[in-house]
Ligand binder design. Structure first.
Ligand code: FE2
Length: 431
């Protein structure tokens, strides 16, 4: 039997080594050692890691690559970022949003990032960004899964036409219900918005993903309402709380009650370490809070946690490159969580956990699943996170859609040439 593609001698994220991966008709046909068959193309992984594609379940594609338009964020705060985005919004054009989004999708694909959940701001009566990203969603479908969230950036109740615009956006085909309860005028309005948005999702049979408690205020407790509404409306497994940074500052006793409620509700938590570490703690002097949500404690409770990128060169963040290994690496540092187990977990948090958040069909490195995967210049997930490893090949539905050469340097020191491969160093012990 001839396959379309065989990847030889791969290491897999679950620890198996020396595996061949055979692909037929866009799906994984076999994973086993030493597959002896013809193939249209053969890639020698050389013992390196082949992983399912990276997934970013929290991003803002309507704002990406707009850094400097119309000016820079001087304070670096979330609130100036929102104000700056408000200045840019009336200046957006359909074509410019599409052009930047497509440029970002190219960048993402080159990094093996093949699925993105993007919030799209509906606080604009033209719904220009919604129309633009719906176009982009179709355009990139052959190579990237784009899921859109109707996001009332200026408040579901605070922006005069957000209630109507959110329904309009969902009618146009936006996939997920979003919200921003901590930005409503009052805590009570925030809680009311959570209830209303969950009811919309229940009625329409949609997923929910709210920007929730993105502040250092320990009394910002909208995640409690989100979890309670999830239980009340039977939305278990369909709801995500993004950011949850106030949890960093909450009273420990309160958190000991909150975590079991989140577990009971089956809500996903999405932390965005690049952004949380840079936007939170801005009102502190010293000591300065890091602002990340309580990832190890949620993991211990069995609450699924995914890591998102949130921003790439936009009013909130001037860095970013579409590299989800950068996101995982930052989480390891900022939490901090440096055990081998936790570093390995951070790789799952930018691959299979966000795939579950998005409900991606056919995702995973298993026979019968989509032939979507990435060959990394690393031996295992921990090495991939440590090195933010090069993506040597990116495969979508069995076709190689991006390739790059391994990172190496040729030294000439004291007259002796030496090739340095950043992936050549392994730890002295396995644990
Ligand atoms: Fe966000």
């Amino acid at each position: 039997m001839a396959f379309d593609l065989i990847v030889k001698n791969a290491a897999l994220p679950d620890g198996r080594v020396g595996q061949d991966i055979a692909v037929s008709a866009g799906r994984i046909a076999a994973i086993e050692p030493a597959i002896a068959a013809e193939a249209g193309r053969v890639i020698d992984a050389g013992g390196r890691l082949v992983a399912p594609p990276f997934v970013d379940c929290h991003f803002h594609m309507d704002a990406t690559l707009s850094l400097g338009l119309p000016r820079m964020n001087q304070s670096g705060t979330l609130l100036e970022g929102i104000a700056l985005w408000g200045e840019l919004k009336p200046l957006l054009t359909h074509d410019a949003v599409i052009e930047r989004a497509l440029a970002y999708c190219d960048l993402a694909v080159a990094q093996g990032l093949l699925a993105v959940r993007s919030h799209v701001d509906i606080c604009d009566d033209r719904l220009l960004a919604v129309e633009a990203l719906l176009h982009v969603r179709e355009k990139v479908k052959p190579y990237l899964d784009l899921q859109l969230v109707a996001f009332p950036q200026d408040g579901y109740y605070r922006f005069p036409t957000a209630v109507k615009n959110l329904e309009r956006a969902l009618d146009m085909g936006v996939d997920v219900v979003g919200g921003i309860p901590h930005f409503e005028r009052t805590m009570a309005d925030g809680a009311a918005s959570v209830r209303a948005l969950c009811e919309i999702a229940a009625t329409r049979g949609l997923l929910v993903d709210l920007h929730c408690d993105e502040s250092d205020d320990p009394m910002s407790r909208h995640i409690e309402t989100l979890a309670a509404e999830t239980v009340r409306l039977g939305l278990q497994g369909r709801v995500a709380g993004s950011h949850l940074t106030s949890m960093h500052s909450m009273d420990n006793y309160y958190v000991s009650k909150l975590l079991p409620l989140m577990k009971e509700a089956g809500v996903y938590a999405i932390a965005n370490p690049l952004i949380n570490i840079t936007l939170q703690g801005r009102h502190d002097t010293y000591p300065r809070r890091r602002g990340l949500t309580r990832i190890p404690e949620m993991r211990a409770m069995g609450i699924p946690v995914a890591l998102g990128q949130d921003c790439c060169m936009d009013p909130w963040y001037g860095l970013g490159s579409g590299d989800m290994l950068d996101v995982a690496n930052m989480a390891v540092h900022a939490v901090p969580m440096t055990s081998r187990e936790a570093i390995a977990w951070s790789f799952d948090a930018v691959t299979k956990v966000p795939a579950a958040v998005m409900g991606l069909e056919g995702y995973g490195l298993e026979v019968g699943k989509n032939a979507d995967f990435v060959l990394l210049q690393a031996a295992d997930p921990i090495e991939a996170v440590r090195l933010r490893a090069a993506r040597l090949a990116v495969v979508r539905r069995g076709k190689v859609i991006s390739e790059c050469a391994p990172r190496t340097a040729t030294l000439a020191i004291d007259g002796r040439p030496a090739a340095v491969d950043p992936a050549a160093y392994a730890p002295r012990t396995a644990s």
